[in-house]
Design a binder for this molecule. Structure first.
Ligand SMILES: [Zn+2]
Length: 273
């Protein structure tokens, strides 16, 4: 089991702020080659599952709670991480889901690898134990909004509520406010960048999309990760939002492959400079 203490020790190998700035590569060729412009599942093709807790009203629009330090307001999300050796980042969105997230955490622990989980607030609220486990095992818990809406269709106050409420529940579950944000469907707008910065979060997109939500088959997901593997790559998968057993099985296959290939699978580290 990768404990928080061990994770801290492993932190010496994580990434620095200077490199993070270098990672900002808006409009890079890599993006156009590996990720569609409106990356992620379009809302019309991937409807959210109705759930009774999704029907709960949102909280009010109070002033945002911020984390210490300065966070720049970006105009593009980060698409990859600095290339310090053969570094790769695995990200899992939309959870936690007790059907799949524990299996993913088990596999990551088996190989002593850290990853990022961009959780939805309503999922985190009902699975706070899993959020706590993520943090305790050294993973990074990011903010993926409360209900996974298309932010570009929302008013600013609603976007703020979606983001802030999610940061609140993550902090409640694990004691740490998210320092990373990912827009649902990869649909960013200026308000998302501004509000994310106000809440102390950097925007992170991805380099390689496994399209695992289409359930293309375990082998196909494995192939997409292995073919897309390269220094600095950020991989997008999902641990919730539908049937995700292919995602679980694929990780068990491609993770040892990446490690055997010499990749350092880790998480980026935020530093305030
Ligand atoms: Zn998502």
């Amino acid at each position: 089991m990768l404990t928080r203490r061990r994770a801290l020790l492993a932190g010496a190998a994580t990434l620095g702020a200077a490199g993070l700035a270098a990672a900002l590569a808006p409009g890079s060729a890599n993006r156009s080659a590996s990720a569609p412009p409106a990356a992620g599942a379009p809302p019309a093709r991937r409807p959210l599952r109705p759930s009774e807790y999704r029907l709960q009203p949102l909280t009010g629009y109070g002033p945002p709670r911020t984390v210490p330090g300065r966070t720049p307001v970006r105009k593009e999300p980060l698409l990859r991480v600095p290339d310090h050796g053969r570094t790769m980042v695995l990200t899992f969105d939309d959870g936690p889901d007790p059907r799949y997230t524990p299996d993913i955490l088990d596999t990551l622990a088996r190989y002593e690898v850290r990853a990022m989980f961009f959780v939805c607030g309503e999922m985190a609220d009902y699975n706070q134990d899993l959020v706590a486990r993520m943090a305790d095992e050294g993973h990074v818990v990011g903010n993926h909004t409360w209900t996974h809406p298309l932010l570009t269709s929302l008013r600013r106050g609603r976007i703020r509520s979606e983001m802030e409420r999610t940061s609140d529940v993550v902090e409640k579950a694990c004691g740490i406010r998210p320092e990373w944000f990912r827009a649902p469907y990869g649909a960013w707008n200026r308000a998302a960048f501004q509000l994310g910065a106000e809440l102390g979060m950097e925007p992170l997109a991805w380099t390689v999309d496994t399209l695992d939500w289409t359930e293309p088959g375990t082998r196909t997901i494995v192939t997409r990760v292995e073919d897309g593997a390269a220094p600095g790559v950020v991989v997008l998968s999902h641990d919730a939002g539908g049937e995700r057993s292919q995602t679980v099985r694929a990780l068990r296959s491609y993770l040892p492959y990446l490690l055997d290939s010499g990749y350092h699978v880790t998480v980026p580290r935020r530093e305030y400079v």
